[in-house]
Ligand binder design. Structure first.
Ligand code: ATP
Length: 196
């Protein structure tokens, strides 16, 4: 089995790539959405989050994601603290997921900050999705109905593509159509299959 990490900046197209991978029968673990689920379901994690961000971060057990985002995206120290709490729980959950899917030849872990968090070290191969910053900002603003400044601020918190390229085994460029992206995904699957 090959464990493949899938990463890329905000709005680069990671989840769109994951959707194509799923169409081809390749299981994908989405670290970001699983992390959010664990922030609601894992009691130990919830307690740790309350200890750092206060009782008001949950309202009747529901995480106030707007409040959390506004805190962490204006304070690099807080985002580090949050990541240090969430990542070990996601890693644990991911290992369990691997155990449940260990009959598959390729397993993919999608994570926005796969490299920044060090999670890439546990992967056999890394796919990096890259796309021009202006295109990413436009796509995300359309997708989330969010303002351009806040998207740019979030992008600036992450490593640049130039820095991430050093860690990548496969690079998928996503600056044109969805058909072109699909073609790129097939190319990378074929390459992974070839060497394994
Ligand atoms: P995030 O880090 O914010 O979760 P992401 O990297 O997972 O983002 P996606 O959600 O896959 O990015 O893509 C961002 C938006 O751009 C989505 O609405 C998606 O449908 C759209 N999109 C992605 N690639 C293309 C493309 N080649 N052509 C048109 N739209 C695209």
């Amino acid at each position: 089995m090959v464990k493949v990490g899938l990463t890329g900046g905000i709005g680069s197209g990671k989840t769109t790539v994951s959707d194509f991978l799923l169409e081809y029968g390749i299981p994908v673990y989405n670290s970001d959405s699983q992390g959010k689920i664990l922030m609601h379901t894992n009691l130990e994690l919830k307690n740790d989050i309350v200890n750092i961000f206060g009782e008001s971060i949950y309202n009747n057990g529901i995480l106030n994601t707007n409040l959390l985002s506004s805190i962490v995206f204006s304070d690099p120290e807080k985002i580090k603290q949050l990541n240090n709490l969430v990542h070990p729980k996601v890693a644990q959950d991911f290992n369990q997921w691997i155990g449940e899917n260990n009959n598959k030849p390729i397993l993919v872990k999608e994570a926005a900050i796969l490299i920044e968090s060090g999670a890439y070290l546990n992967m056999d191969k890394i796919i990096l999705v890259v796309s021009k910053k202006s295109i990413r900002i436009n796509r995300v603003s359309k997708r989330d109905n969010s303002d351009l400044d806040s998207i740019e601020k979030r992008i600036n918190f992450q490593l640049t593509d130039d820095e991430k390229v050093k860690y990548a085994d496969y690079i998928i460029e996503n600056n044109s159509s969805l058909d072109d992206l699909k073609y790129e995904v097939i190319r990378v699957i074929n390459e992974i299959n070839k060497v394994n």
